[in-house]
Design a protein around this ligand. Structure first.
Ligand code: CP
Length: 308
């Protein structure tokens, strides 16, 4: 168990437990400075290690852009292929060896069995969790909220409905931590088997089994990818779309008295969680989330490279 103040003390972002309101404001302020193209010193001549042991498009490439735009050279591992992991080296020892080369920061995506807290205590560099098993995806939750705030939302008291495969979602796990700090409200919606994860709080998070009822409650809705690769039993995706999929009609019907914003962390299974006709709907923030990802990750790299 650790809190964000402890993780920042050892200069890492492994989770959002106990992150302070001021820490979040500092990240958002720095992200906005990048958006406004205010001057920053270059980090040219230094390196950042981007170690991705699970697949990624948005997170990996946005960290690459975040490095390139401030002069940092990204050292990349995409899976264990071509590395000494193929010869039996563990991910933990791979990280310890790369840390010995002194990158300014280590960005890591891995399965849940990698002992992140233990590794963070053993190295001098900050680790940024870029998706860790089912435990959390803190930079995603930060960029989701940043996208809402930049679209004009007052986050305190805002009602965010998370729809779909909550039980297997590290994004949802990070939102359960961040809501406590920023004072937004979360509810979850989906088939019963997707709402039974051990990480879903028993108190303070309402459960809806009807999407239309959930949308009545919500100010914003975040649809989650159905993570079939993590399921032990098959699930009928056609039924999921019928009952819990978001389409234009549903979104607009629910938006008669308030414009509900639509989020999805990606990757999207089109025709499952959402339809083609809402991906780029005026109320969709999906691509804005991706743009925010660069700003938030740039800000985190900058802040951690300066000791936060
Ligand atoms: N949202 C997210 O983490 O996407 P990627 O898996 O493509 O990085």
């Amino acid at each position: 168990m650790t809190s964000i103040s402890q993780t920042f003390k050892c200069r890492s972002l492994l989770d959002l437990k106990g992150i302070s309101f001021e820490d979040v404001q500092k990240v958002f302020y720095t992200a906005r400075s990048f958006q406004n193209k205010e001057n920053f010193t270059s980090l040219a001549g230094k390196t950042a290690a981007l170690l991705f042991f699970e697949p990624s498009t948005r997170t990996r490439t946005s960290f690459e852009v975040a490095c390139a735009e401030q002069g940092l050279y990204p050292i990349r591992l995409d899976g264990g292929g071509g590395t000494s992991i193929e010869k039996g080296e563990t991910i933990k020892h791979t990280i310890l060896n790369i840390a010995a080369m002194n990158p300014v920061v280590i960005v890591l995506r891995s399965g849940g069995s990698v002992p992140l807290y233990e590794i963070a205590q053993q190295i001098q560099q900050p680790i940024i969790n870029a998706g860790w098993g089912l435990s959390g995806h803190p930079t995603q939750a930060l960029l989701d909220v940043f996208s809402l705030v930049e679209s004009g939302v007052e986050i305190k008291g805002h009602k965010l409905l998370i729809v779909g495969d909550v039980a297997h979602s590290r994004v949802a796990a990070s939102h359960f931590e961040l809501m406590e700090v920023l004072g937004y409200k979360l509810a979850v919606c989906g088939p019963e088997e997707f709402l039974n994860g051990s990480g879903i709080p028993n108190a303070g998070v309402q459960k809806f089994q009807s999407l239309d009822e959930g949308l009545q409650w919500a100010d914003s809705v975040m649809c989650l990818r159905v993570q079939t690769e993590r399921h032990t039993q098959g699930y009928d995706l056609h039924h999921f779309h019928r009952d819990f999929g978001m389409d234009r009609l549903r979104l607009e019907k629910a938006s008669q008295s308030k414009k509900i914003k639509l989020l999805h962390p990606g990757p999207v299974n089109l025709g499952v969680e959402i339809s083609h006709d809402v991906y780029d709907h005026p109320q969709s923030l999906i691509l804005r989330q991706v743009a925010s990802g660069v700003l938030i990750r740039k800000a985190l790299i900058r802040l951690f490279s300066e000791g936060f």
